[in-house]
Ligand binder design. Structure first.
Ligand SMILES: [Zn+2]
Length: 466
């Protein structure tokens, strides 16, 4: 349920603070003050830790905020300064688009750049472009040196010996070159990366690291590299001819990449599409279950795949196990109580101890108040007033703790069984996923008993995080 004038605060601790030393606490405080001045209710605070907004690495809470904006849960975004939000012009454009579509206002504590009007947009874009340029300059000297080496076609130093070449990174190792030619040929003719990894393992071909265990990623890395076509890669793209002989031709490489694109790119992108992706294990062999769809029935399946010892002998109907998970999570929350759940999760991580201490302290105050009421030391009215304050403190502390543990997934949910069951259906998949993820370490799926058609809950064994 969205409140009127619901504002999101975004703050970021970055490693590239360039001496401004602007702590996240200060960012938050200033944003909260601004929210109060404008009579906005802070609906959520999103904090990402120690990640440069320029580097392009993912920022989970920034992403979460975008999801909340798109879902219409937010009216305004508050941020200390635009460079806390993003330093990459392309990302800013995306952010502006999302905010424009959702009619969300953006305000900064400094410059007070509103993205809501054309002039504000322009200033924001210029600021962001300048920040990007500045970030780029920082390690410019080192980068220039690396680029120069790349442009001259010199081999990159460090790391493992490239498969197909000797340690000097220039001389071709003919036995491995033959393997690479065979791999490229087979892939272009339609074999999958998985099949190729199986094939290498069956042939006992050692990797350049000397182990006889090939993974899909290892095969992929070799095949997409420009190196094997005599090209020098820089940031994953060929930029010059290398100072070493090619093993496959540039044309062959192009063909290979075309086939790769045609088959739909990476597998990575598909991993988190379902509620329990990555969270189920095979009860026979312990391997992670994968999502498969056969005859339009989605299943989690133990799939034989190169580089691990999956047995491939077990699968379970996805709908059944997802219904089980929803019910199990609700029961689990109900049984444990939310606070104890959060507390024990956090206790595993020392960084959360100040927040945890605050939660426990607030709980203790609540208990003491109840005792004082019981002992007649407080009147009902006094008790009610004091409890209100203590509960607010408790709520605040739980929220801090929650944020510190990196999951706000359970905010605003009534932990009581009936209420949670009702609201579960209405949550979007990513939110459901983060809730399950917070609670469930993994679940083991055992084989289906003979003749059993419906899901037998004893087939699944949950390993709770707490
Ligand atoms: Zn298995």
């Amino acid at each position: 349920m969205k409140q009127a004038n619901a504002a999101a605060i975004y703050a970021r601790i970055s490693s590239d603070q360039s001496g401004e030393g602007l702590g996240v606490q200060r960012q938050l405080e200033d944003c909260r003050r601004l929210a109060a001045e404008r009579d906005w209710v802070v609906a959520g605070e999103y904090v990402d830790n120690d990640i440069s907004a320029y580097s392009g690495r993912t920022r989970p809470n920034y992403e979460r905020m975008l999801i909340d904006i798109e879902a219409g849960r937010i009216d305004a975004v508050l941020v200390y300064h635009l460079d806390r939000l993003t330093r990459r012009p392309a990302e800013l454009e995306h952010f502006i688009d999302v905010c424009t579509d959702a009619r969300v206002d953006v305000t900064t504590v400094t410059g007070d750049i509103g993205l809501g009007n054309d002039n504000g947009l322009m200033i924001a874009r210029i600021t962001s472009a300048m920040a990007a340029a500045e970030s780029g300059r920082k390690s410019a000297r080192i980068k220039r040196k690396m680029l120069q080496n790349a442009e001259m076609g010199k081999p990159s130093g460090g790391g493992q010996r490239p498969f197909g070449y000797e340690h000097d990174r220039v001389t071709v190792r003919e036995s491995e070159a033959e393997v690479i030619r065979a791999l490229a040929d087979r892939y272009i003719k339609g074999e999958s990366m998985i099949a190729l990894a199986h094939w290498l393992n069956d042939q006992n071909v050692p990797t350049s690291g000397g182990v006889a265990s090939w993974h899909v990623q290892t095969v992929r890395r070799i095949l997409v590299s420009g190196r094997i076509a005599g090209l020098r890669d820089h940031h994953g793209e060929p930029i010059a001819e290398g100072k070493w002989p090619a093993i496959i031709s540039v044309e062959q490489r192009e063909q290979l990449l075309t086939v790769l694109r045609a088959r739909g790119g990476t597998q990575q992108a598909r991993t988190n599409r379902y509620l329990l992706s990555g969270m189920l294990r095979c009860g026979l062999c312990g391997a992670k279950l994968h999502t498969t769809i056969t005859r339009s029935i989605r299943r989690y399946t133990c799939r034989r795949s190169p580089g691990d010892n999956a047995c491939g002998r077990l699968s379970i109907n996805a709908i059944h196990v997802e219904e089980w998970a929803a019910a199990a999570v609700v029961l689990h929350l109900d049984a444990r109580g939310m606070t104890s759940m959060l507390a024990s999760r956090a206790s595993a991580d020392y960084r959360h101890s100040p927040y945890l201490a605050e939660v426990l302290r607030a709980q203790q105050i609540l208990t003491e108040l109840a005792e004082m009421l019981g002992a007649g030391e407080l009147s009902r009215t006094e008790y009610a007033a004091a409890r209100k304050v203590a509960e607010a403190r408790h709520m605040g502390a739980v929220r801090e703790l929650d944020r510190a543990t990196g999951t706000n997934a359970m905010h605003g949910l009534d932990p009581k069984r009936e209420a949670l069951t009702r609201s579960w259906e209405r949550l979007d998949l990513q939110r459901q996923r983060s809730i399950v993820r917070t609670l469930l370490d993994f679940a083991i799926v055992y084989p289906r008993p003979r003749g059993q058609r419906k899901l037998d809950p004893t087939r699944i064994e949950a390993r709770w995080v707490v």
